[in-house]
Design a protein around this ligand. Structure first.
Ligand SMILES: Nc1ncnc2c1ncn2[C@@H]1O[C@H](COP(=O)(O)OP(=O)(O)OP(=O)(O)O)[C@@H](O)[C@H]1O
Ligand SMILES: [Mg+2]
Length: 430
């Protein structure tokens, strides 16, 4: 049972805190009566700061923010939360119902009972938690039909420029173009965690190292009580070298089995844990046949392009990974929309197929070396083949700088391909 005097002090401290310096994010969450607004996402993406940004600076007392990882809330049962509400009411008897913000809810066993109680009493409730325990799947089971779940990713390039204080809209884009291009390089190299974006260059690597450690230790090892730490580390470092490339569990199995105690099952499980913790994404091949989709290799993308500083850096792959993350920001909440890759039996590949209810809507290649004639021919040809097969005419190549529309005719196929520089594409309003 938390000490009421301490709880009151805690509540007041929050209301007296300085809300300056919190930079607005693009995520625009909604609230609905009877539903909790849940924000999940990788560690350090800015979930807590996002909650702070929702507080009305002119009336912070209308908010009851509780960080369940704070020692004064331990131990606590769901029933004890009534005490916290009482403490708030004694401080502000004139306010009938504060907006309740529950951070790190996973720290309290049976936290969903608190949320259901608050919803039944008509409170507006926001919930966040570290990805390790508060996963969308868990929320979906515990708060079935009673939540709106959003994912907060690290910064988009638009947000990144805002964090850097650089304007990019309208003519500002052209006035600041040199800086924007330099910042794009930084964004690709050091990634998009808010704290890394704000930190001086000489500490960025240290911060990223720390993030990687927390992610692995807390969100994967401890959560799943993993015994084969060595294998997990191998898979992680493999991923930091193989991002924007194909992975197949079979070939990884063959690679490791001589040296390590390993089964195919363990490899698949560990990748699933890494995905759950938002460390990486495994993208499937586009296709109708469920079997073909399952056996085909996946394409691996990381949650942040700063992390491969500890693996193997490659700018072209950073760009592809960045495009993937931006596609996730734009489409991951849209029902029926799926992001896959395409590859045919002759090895022709298209990086991204965006489909809606199975129907391809847009085909995207990411290619920074389009001025090379061979590369150009290969990328265009793959797009035309995919276009014909999937019946989709919306074709795009994201380039380093080339812009325009190319009418391409090859081997009896033809199409219009839009070339868009990466900066422009990333800065489009989602
Ligand atoms: N909107 C923002 N404005 C300014 N700084 C921010 C913002 N969002 C995040 N940061 C910086 O990034 C750090 C991490 O953000 P925050 O604590 O909100 O992440 P989190 O997602 O809650 O992480 P965790 O899962 O570890 O609790 C902050 O301490 C702050 O330095
Ligand atoms: Mg937090």
């Amino acid at each position: 049972m938390p000490d009421k005097t301490l709880v009151k002090r805690y509540i007041l401290n929050f209301h007296e805190r300085n809300f300056e310096g919190i930079i607005p994010r693009e995520l625009d969450v909604k609230t609905l009566p009877g539903r909790a607004t849940v924000i999940v996402g990788p560690r350090r993406a800015g979930k807590t700061y996002y909650l702070f940004s929702l507080v009305d600076k002119n009336a912070p007392e209308r908010y009851l923010y509780v960080d369940f990882e704070h020692p004064i809330f331990h131990p606590m049962t769901p029933g004890d939360f009534i005490e916290v509400l009482d403490a708030y009411r004694e401080l502000y008897p004139e306010i009938k119902r504060p907006v309740v913000m529950l951070d790190e809810v996973q720290a309290i066993p049976d936290w969903e009972r608190i949320v259901r109680y608050l919803l039944d009493e008509d409170y507006t409730v926001y919930v966040t938690g570290s990805s390790s325990k508060l996963l969308s799947r868990e929320v979906a089971t515990h708060l079935r039909g009673r939540s709106l779940t959003y994912t907060l990713f690290p910064l988009s390039f638009r947000e990144f420029l805002r964090f850097k204080g650089v304007e990019y809209r309208g003519k500002k884009f052209y006035q600041n173009l040199t800086r924007i291009n330099r910042l794009l390089e930084e964004y690709l190299h050091f990634g998009a965690y808010p704290e890394v974006a704000l930190a001086p260059e000489d500490v960025r690597e240290l911060i990223l190292r720390d993030y990687l450690d927390v992610l692995i230790k807390k969100d994967v090892l401890e959560r799943h009580r993993i015994k084969n730490v060595h294998l997990l580390n191998e898979l992680l470092y493999f991923s930091l070298r193989a991002y924007s490339k194909y992975v197949s569990f079979d070939s990884l199995y063959r690679l490791f089995k001589g040296r390590l105690k390993v089964t195919k099952r363990t490899i698949a499980n560990y990748f699933a844990y890494l995905e759950e913790a938002f460390a990486l994404f495994l993208v499937r091949k586009y296709g109708r046949s469920p079997k073909g989709r399952i056996v085909a290799p996946r394409k691996l993308y990381l949650i942040d392009t700063g992390l491969p500083i500890f693996g193997e850096k490659d700018m072209a792959r950073d760009a592809e990974n960045t495009v993937f993350l931006e596609l996730m920001r734009r489409y991951s909440t849209r029902a029926g929309v799926e992001i896959t890759y395409w590859k045919d039996e002759n090895g022709r590949e298209v990086d991204f197929v965006i489909s809606e209810n199975g129907k391809a809507k847009e085909l995207i290649q990411v290619s920074l070396r389009l001025e090379d004639e061979k590369t150009r021919g290969r990328e265009f040809l793959a797009l035309l083949h995919a276009s014909k097969r999937l019946g989709c005419k919306n074709l795009k190549v994201i380039t380093l700088g080339e812009e325009g529309i190319e009418k391409v005719a090859l081997y009896g196929m033809e199409g219009r391909i839009k070339l868009v520089p990466l900066t422009h594409w990333l800065l489009q309003e989602a």
